[in-house]
Every structure is written in C-alpha cells, then in structure tokens.
Write a protein that binds this ligand. Structure first.
Ligand code: PBG
Length: 327
C-alpha cells in the first residue's frame, strides 16, 4: 500500500519515541505539600490520604530529607495549629506552627525552597477562609489578616507565599505589604482560578479545615465557569502575581490550557487531595495500575500547559522521571 504519511514510523522503538516527545517534565517543576501539626510528636498517616502524613515540629526535617532524597526541591506547607479563634490569629503568630516549621527547615536545609499556603481556614474556629461578618466572609477585613500572615511567613524565611483564600484584591494587598516590610523579592504564587470543588474533601479532614457551616461557594469559583477563570488570572497578573495557578487540575485541564496560553507568567496546577485519593483507592481495589496512572495524570497536566505541579505524588513522580518512565 502506498502511504506517504505513516505516523507509526516515529513510534517504532523507545529511542525514537523519546526523541519526538512533545512534552517534557522534570522533577524541578514539582512541589510537595506537607502538613505540619503543632501538637503532634512524630508523624501520623492521614486516613483520607493513604501514604501521606502529618508531621510534628520535631520531625518536619525528616519530610524535607525524604524530598531531597527523591529529587524534589520544593514544598508547600500547611499548618494545623494548636489553637483556633474567630480571626485565625495563630496564622500570623511569630511562634505559630508554620513560622516554627520554616525556621526548622531552613536551619537544616537552607537551600530547600519553601512555599507557604496563605489562608485562614485552618486557623479559624469556623473553618472559613477569612473573617466573618453576618455569617459571610468579609473580603476587605480578611485582606488585612492575609497581609499579616504573608509578612510573618516571609519574616520566618519562606521563599514564596501562595494565597489560597480567593478574596478579591488579595494579591495587590499582599504585594504591597511584603514590599513595605522589605520583602520585595519574595514572589507570590496566586491560587488564581480556584474552584469550589468536592475534590478538596480529603484535604479538609487532613488539615481540619472543613467549614463548620455553609460552604465556600461565596468566594471560590463556580465550576461551570471558564471566562471567569480568565478574569481571575488577569486580575492576579495585574495585581502583581508572579505565578498563577489553576486548582484542581485534572477536571480543569481546559482552564489550564486556556490560561497558560493567555498569560505570560508561569502556570502552576494543583493536583488536589481528591485526585490523589481516587487513584489510591482505585489502585488499592486492584482496578488500575497506580504507577502508570500517576505518570499519565501528571503528564496530562503539563501537556495542558502547566509549568509547575503541586502534587502528593511529587516524590514518586520524581523517581519515575529519573527512571525515564515519564518525562
Ligand atoms: C486552603 C486550601 C485548601 C486546599 C489548598 N489550600 C482547601 C480548601 O480550599 O478547602 C486544598 C488542597 C487539596 O485538596 O489537596 N484554603
């Protein structure tokens, strides 16, 4: 048969397939989420996220050592504080759980890149992402709290802050506060298009941050919307975000593609707790090959246009990339 085009020629063997790969991924682009519990000693497996742990302040360095060993160079920290109150004041306590964790990590591994999640939901007794006024989150009052949190993280030595609260104007407010406090060079990775998603379920039990009433739809985005994601990204870029993010990842690959095409800043994607937990559960039930699904899912997020991936599989992925199974 006379065929000019035979795409199979470029699939005939591992060497040529690898030569022609359109998407390349590297362990340099991975960020590993770490939960630090102020009252815990040692580490405890998280029931809703098999294979993931909450770390006590006495062993948070161990979590970093494991990342470095695997080839992962960056983490994002989430705190589980001993005390919560209406305003989440332990979030900006210089002796708070995240501030102490940063000190410990930086003392042991000064070059390890530490990102912090800036939000109130783990610190407020009502579990919402800001200060309340009549059972609603008060946007402008919350901005002041977020600024204090971001500055206190930078002061403790965080390399980058990542606001995940979805308040309007928070990137501009945090940029201004960081600059005023002398942290001009601390970048902001904004959770720009963060959807009100059921995929956060396992995280909320891991971080003890489920809202005690209502839900987050008054501030996080409606999953039906695409243009609104563009608007959120645009606002964050204008306000000074250095990196923008889409979250969750797998059900929002269209949004990652569109926003990464439209904006000239690096695009991060957060493959969230529910995405991880679903793969784990399916694998444990013997239904899928966990390793291959992990590789293929991560790859699809980069193919959609992400440059950075936050994932609970960061260490296993780094190993898979090193082995050449993906990347
Ligand atoms: C804090 C925050 C959440 C996640 C990251 N930062 C939870 C939420 O918005 O309810 C979710 C991460 C995950 O599910 O892995 N606001």
């Amino acid at each position: 048969m006379e065929l000019v085009h035979r795409p199979r020629r470029l699939r005939d063997g591992e060497t040529i397939r690898r030569m022609c790969r359109e998407t390349r991924i590297s362990a340099d682009s991975l960020i590993y989420p770490i939960f630090v519990d102020e009252v815990l000693s040692g580490k405890r497996e998280i029931e809703s996220l098999p294979g993931q742990y909450q770390y006590g302040l006495d062993c948070v360095e161990q979590a970093i050592a494991e990342c470095i060993e695997a080839g992962v160079k960056s983490c994002i920290l989430f705190g589980i504080p001993a005390h919560k109150d209406a305003h989440g004041s332990s979030a900006w306590d210089p002796e708070g759980v995240i501030q102490k964790a940063i000190h410990k990590i930086k003392a042991a591994y000064p070059d390890f890149y530490v990102v912090t999640d800036v939000c109130m939901c783990e610190y407020t007794d009502h579990g919402h992402c800001g200060a309340l006024c009549d059972y609603k989150v008060d946007n402008d009052a919350t901005l002041e709290l977020l600024c204090k949190v971001a500055v206190s993280h930078a002061h403790a030595g965080a390399d980058m802050v990542a606001p995940s609260d979805m308040m309007d104007g928070r990137v501009a407010a945090i940029r201004h506060a960081l600059d005023e406090a002398g942290y001009k060079n601390v970048p902001i990775m904004a959770y720009s298009a963060k959807y009100a998603s059921a995929f956060y379920g396992p995280f909320r039990s891991a971080a003890g941050s489920a809202p005690s009433f209502g839900d987050r739809r008054g501030y996080q985005m409606d999953p039906h919307n695409r243009k609104e994601a563009m608007k959120e990204c645009q606002l964050d870029v204008e306000e000074g975000a250095d990196i923008i993010m889409v979250k969750p990842a797998l059900s929002y690959l269209d949004i990652i593609r569109e926003c990464s095409d439209a904006f000239d800043v690096p695009m991060a994607a957060y493959s969230v707790s529910g995405e991880y937990a679903m793969i784990k559960a399916a694998a444990q039930a013997g239904l899928v090959d966990e390793y291959r699904i992990m590789c293929e899912s991560a790859l699809s997020i980069f193919r959609a246009g992400a440059n950075i991936l936050i994932t609970y599989y960061a260490k296993e992925l780094a190993a898979a990339i090193q082995r050449g199974d993906v990347g």
